[in-house]
Design a protein. Structure first.
Length: 108
């Protein structure tokens, strides 16, 4: 089994859900951290959901829901999430000033 440590995905959040990372076929992934950065001076809310096999967003899939990040701040979430092929990390925010970065290891 090969392991690749990498930036899994980065996206500037919007009010609509955006997929940051989808696990490739024949791959497992361990997400070590998600960094949420507020590029504005105002507090902003954000959401993060982990969707098994690309399921639709539903209440049971949220790992952060309307969490608040202070203006001009960054939050590091150390997670250790284990994902199977086609699982998806999706995000959104209450305004277009949040950046999400996902880091981890792909195992093939």
């Amino acid at each position: 089994m090969a392991e690749r440590y990498k930036i899994l995905g980065q996206v500037a959040g919007t009010t609509a859900f955006a997929n940051v990372y989808t696990v490739p076929a024949a791959t497992s992934t361990v997400v070590s951290s998600i960094i949420v950065t507020n590029r504005s001076s105002s507090n902003t809310n954000y959401r993060i959901a982990v969707l098994p096999a690309g399921a639709a967003v539903a209440n049971q899939y949220y790992i952060a829901y309307d969490s608040v990040i202070a203006g001009s701040d960054a939050i590091g979430l150390s997670l250790g999430l284990t994902l199977g092929n086609t699982d998806v990390i999706t995000v959104n925010a209450s305004s277009n000033v949040i950046t999400f970065s996902v880091f981890g290891t792909e195992i093939t």
